[in-house]
Design a binder for this molecule. Structure first.
Ligand SMILES: Cc1ncc(COP(=O)(O)O)c(C=O)c1O
Length: 386
C-alpha cells in the first residue's frame, strides 16, 4: 500500500466550475472572486475577506497594509514576536518591511508558542505578535489575547495551516486584527493556488484591495476610507495611491473556492475522524511525541517526533517509511533559524531548544479529507518493527 503525503479535494463540481469560467470568457478577478470573498467572510463570521493568489501573498499584503493604515500600527524597526517553527513566508514579509523579529520557542507537544517563553519575550517595544496555529492545531488564543490586550499589542494570525479549526468554539483565523489563509493544493480546501485575508476593519480591507492590485483605486469601495474619489473620470480610472503589487487571484480560483467552501465542514469532520484513529493507535507509544490538540484541530497531518529518550535514529526510521511507500516530510519548515536565509534577518532569539528537536527528530505523514484509516493502520504496522 502507498500512503501519500497529499491528496486533492476536488470532485466533478470543481471541474465544471472551471469549465464554466472558461466558457464565460471572463478570467481575471471579477464576480466569482467577489462572491467567494463574501461567502468566506460569512462562513467565518468576519466582516471582510480579500482573496489573493497565495497564502504567502495574503501575509505580504496584510503586513504591507499595516504600514499604510492611517494611525501606522507598524513602522520600520518595530519589534514583532514570531514562533521558531513556521513556514518561510510567515516571516519574509516582516523582513522585507524592515521589522525586527523576536523568535520564541515552541511547545514540544502543541508545536505552537511555548506560552511561558512568549510571556518572557514581551517587552514595551513589542508591537505585534504573529500567532501561527501549526498544522491544524489552534494556539491558546485566550492567553495570547490577554497578553495582547494587557500590553497594547496587535495580533496577526497566520492561519494558513489551520482552516476550519476552532478554539473555544470559535474559528481560528478570526482572533487577529488581520488573519491569513492559504487555499494551496493539499490544504483543507484548494483553489490550486490561493489565499485570503480576513479583517473586521474597513480601512484594512480597502488597503488589502489596493495593495493586491497595483496600488490602484480600481476595486475600492464606493465609500473607501483610504482615498477621496475625484471628479475627473479619465484620470480616476488609472489612479495609483499606494506602492502595491499584482497578487490578484483569477476567476477560476474564485469559482473553485465557492465549491470547496461548501465542503469544508465535512472535510474537517473526516480529518478529525482519521485523527481519532491515529491517536487510538499511537497514544501511549513512548517512542513518539505526538501533537497534542488544543481546542479542535483541523488536523492538517499527523506529526511524529522521535522521543530523544528513545534514542532512535531518524534516518533509519525515515528509510523504513520510504521502503514501505509511506511519504513523509519535515514538520512545516522545521526551525526557521536553521535555514540559510536567516542571515538576511534582523532578529533575536533567547531559546530554540524545542524547535531544534522538532527540526532534528520530527516528521509528518499525511491526513486527507477522506477516510484513510487503512493507511494509518499500515503506518502503525510498519512502525511496530523499529
Ligand atoms: C504557516 C504558513 N503560512 C503561509 C503559507 C504560505 O501559503 P501558500 O503556500 O499558499 O503561499 C504556508 C504554506 O503552507 C504556511 O504553512
Amino acid at each position: 500500500m502507498k500512503y501519500e503525503l497529499t491528496s486533492h479535494t476536488w470532485g466533478d463540481e470543481e471541474i465544471e466550475s472551471i469549465q464554466d469560467v472558461i466558457k464565460s470568457g471572463r478570467f481575471t478577478m471579477n464576480g466569482k472572486v467577489k462572491e467567494f470573498e463574501e461567502e468566506f467572510a460569512r462562513h467565518f463570521g468576519v466582516k471582510y475577506a480579500a482573496m489573493v493568489n497565495s497564502g504567502s501573498s495574503a501575509n505580504l499584503i496584510a503586513v504591507a497594509s499595516l504600514f499604510y493604515k492611517k494611525e501606522k500600527p507598524l513602522e520600520r524597526g518595530d519589534e514583532v514576536i514570531v514562533p521558531c517553527v513556521s513556514w518561510a513566508t510567515t516571516y519574509h514579509p516582516l523582513q522585507q518591511y524592515g521589522l525586527k523579529l523576536k523568535f520564541v520557542d515552541v511547545d514540544l507537544k502543541t508545536l505552537n508558542f511555548d506560552m511561558e517563553e512568549l510571556r518572557k519575550a514581551v517587552t514595551r517595544k513589542t508591537k505585534m505578535i504573529v500567532a501561527v496555529s501549526i498544522l491544524g492545531n489552534p494556539c491558546k488564543f485566550d492567553e495570547i489575547i490577554e497578553i495582547c490586550e494587557k500590553n497594547g499589542i496587535l495580533l496577526f494570525e497566520d492561519n494558513c495551516e489551520s482552516m476550519g479549526a476552532r478554539f473555544n468554539g470559535r474559528y481560528t483565523g478570526t482572533f487577529g486584527f488581520v488573519n491569513t489563509f492559504s487555499t494551496f493544493y493539499s490544504h483543507h480546501i484548494s483553489t490550486m493556488e490561493g489565499g485570503l485575508v480576513l479583517t473586521d476593519d474597513k480601512e484594512m480591507y480597502n488597503l488589502f484591495k489596493a495593495v493586491r492590485n497595483h496600488g490602484w483605486v480600481r476595486d475600492q469601495d464606493e465609500d473607501s476610507p483610504i482615498f477621496k474619489r475625484q471628479a475627473d473620470d479619465f484620470f480616476e480610472a488609472y489612479r495609483f495611491i499606494l506602492p502595491g503589487y499584482n497578487v490578484r487571484p483569477t476567476e477560476i480560483q474564485g469559482a473553485l473556492g465557492l465549491k470547496q467552501l461548501d465542503k469544508l465542514d465535512k472535510f474537517v469532520e473526516i480529518r478529525r475522524e482519521n485523527a481519532l484513529h491515529f491517536r487510538k493507535l499511537f497514544t501511549g507509544d513512548e517512542r513518539f511525541i505526538l501533537q497534542q490538540e488544543t481546542g479542535e484541530s483541523s488536523w492538517f497531518c499527523f506529526t511524529m517526533i522521535l522521543n530523544p529518550e528513545a534514542k532512535l535514529d531518524r534516518k533509519k526510521v525515515l528509510l523504513k517509511l520510504k521502503e514501505a511507500g509511506i511519504e513523509h516530510r519535515i514538520i512545516t519548515g522545521g526551525c526557521f533559524l536553521r535555514h540559510d536565509v536567516i542571515k538576511y534577518y534582523d532578529y533575536v532569539c533567547a531559546k530554540s531548544t524545542n524547535a531544534d528537536i522538532v527540526h532534528d527528530n520530527g516528521f509528518f505523514v499525511g491526513n486527507f479529507s477522506y477516510d484513510i484509516k487503512d493507511k494509518i493502520e499500515y503506518l502503525h504496522e510498519v512502525l511496530k518493527t523499529i
